[in-house]
Design a protein around this ligand. Structure first.
Ligand code: FPP
Length: 239
């Protein structure tokens, strides 16, 4: 079986999982957060090199304040508790999104974790926080405009590779497989540029229950796809 190099995940359904179990939404997010660690280990054991998860979108600020605070607390805990674990598992952690508006202490924990794991050579784990594709592209375009004005970049030299190099994902290959849990068929402003030729896998399973069986099913489905990148693959009879 061919293992996708880069898997991107929209971890949806924490709230519905909690409701289905008669629990508060925040309990669902806490279970979802635990599951992130499990899926990282599973993915690495299966041979995945890059895993990128959508933890908090630019739109998630409009959730009730208590829920936003609970999510920030989970992220803060994750950054602190992951330093040792990431070193043990040789995991390199990156964050994409505009972290400049997060609380000072969360920014510090994020930068500390990134710095502590930057030499690691195992799973490249990327967490999208205050991330939205349109915001990422807007920030990239502003930087490109500034570099053109300062003559560091010539308009005629701008190509797709230039644009990719101004995105938050500049160090990551494009995802081969996108997984979205909980039955929604949307991209929700996630990696719109990077997903241009990615295979999609949607499952009804809620994120806290997404485990090894589901990950294997997603990879098996990925193996049934023929990735053509816009080309036509002619068989004998078509010629
Ligand atoms: C979507 O479920 C999930 C989120 C908006 C947050 C995802 C965050 C985590 C899994 C925890 C923190 C992550 C890390 C990396 C430590 P939802 O609330 O929209 O669920 P619903 O659609 O069922 O209401």
């Amino acid at each position: 079986m061919e293992i996708p190099v880069h898997i991107a995940i929209i971890m949806d359904g924490n709230g519905r999982w909690a409701k289905a179990h008669g629990l508060a939404r925040n309990v669902g997010h806490a279970r979802g957060s635990k599951n992130v660690e499990k899926v990282c280990e599973m993915a690495w054991h299966m041979g995945v090199k890059y895993l990128t998860v959508y933890a908090f979108s630019t739109e998630n600020w409009s959730r009730p304040q208590a829920e936003v605070e609970a999510l920030m607390k989970l992220l803060r805990n994750y950054m602190k508790s992951s330093i040792k674990k990431a070193q043990k598992n040789n995991m390199k952690i990156r964050v994409i999104g505009d972290i400049s508006i997060l609380s000072e202490d969360l920014q510090t924990s994020i930068l500390t974790l990134i710095d502590a794991t930057k030499q690691n050579t195992g799973l490249n784990f990327t967490i999208a926080i205050n991330y939205g594709s349109r915001d990422e592209m807007t920030r990239a375009m502003k930087k490109i405009a500034v570099d053109c004005l300062e003559q560091k970049l010539q308009v005629a030299d701008i190509d797709e590779a230039t644009i990719a190099s101004y995105l938050d994902t500049e160090e990551l290959p494009d995802p081969d497989l996108l997984i979205r849990t909980s039955g929604e068929l949307r991209l929700s402003n996630y990696l719109l540029w990077q997903l241009a030729y990615t295979e999609f896998y949607f499952t009804d399973v809620y994120w806290p229950e997404f485990g090894e069986t589901e990950l294997r099913a997603a990879i098996a489905r990925y193996n049934q796809q023929e990735r053509r990148y816009g080309k036509v693959v002619l068989s004998e009879g078509d010629r």
